[in-house]
Design a protein around this ligand. Structure first.
Ligand code: MN
Length: 155
């Protein structure tokens, strides 16, 4: 923690004792069992009960992507940099650009990542709730499926 706001916030009605500001957390490289290519995850926020919001900033190098996976309580992606791609099972892939917000419903199988020629970074918002797994991992997206998705983007 880098600093604190004045203690006059202590009696605020939002439930926190005081507002806090944190330094940037260390970045971790994504594991090759769940990501293809170079992917970096920087934790941003981990909710404290009764809050369960988990926020990470994820950077994908060109061609990098997640494996197929789903989120028991859904996921919201906020694209902040570059150009990317996301695909839900059985659907055409969609292209992603900075400013796009992608909402995935609970349990939907999907993957997301950079396109072949650009970096892409997004915030990932999930609920890290005891009633469900924040993420359930499946198979990697192989090269031919990745290329096919890029060649058949949804209009
Ligand atoms: Mn996801």
């Amino acid at each position: 923690m880098r600093g604190r706001y004045p203690s006059s916030y202590a009696d605020s009605d939002v439930g926190f004792a005081i507002m806090e500001i944190h330094s940037v957390h260390p970045t971790h490289e994504g594991r090759s069992t769940t990501f293809t290519g170079q992917v970096y995850r920087t934790p941003v926020h981990e909710g404290v009960a009764p809050g369960f919001l988990s926020v990470n900033l994820i950077h994908f190098s060109p061609g990098a992507r997640t494996a197929w996976h789903s989120h028991d309580l859904g996921q919201t992606l906020i694209v902040v940099e570059g150009e990317g791609i996301a695909q839900a099972r059985g659907e055409k892939a969609i292209s992603l650009r900075a400013g796009d917000v992608v909402s995935s419903p609970p349990g939907e199988e999907h993957w997301h990542g950079a396109d072949a020629e650009h970096f892409m970074a997004h915030y990932s918002l999930v609920e890290n709730h005891p009633d469900g797994d924040a993420v359930r991992w499946g198979a990697l997206v192989d090269e031919s499926d990745y290329r096919l998705a890029l060649d058949n983007l949804s209009d």
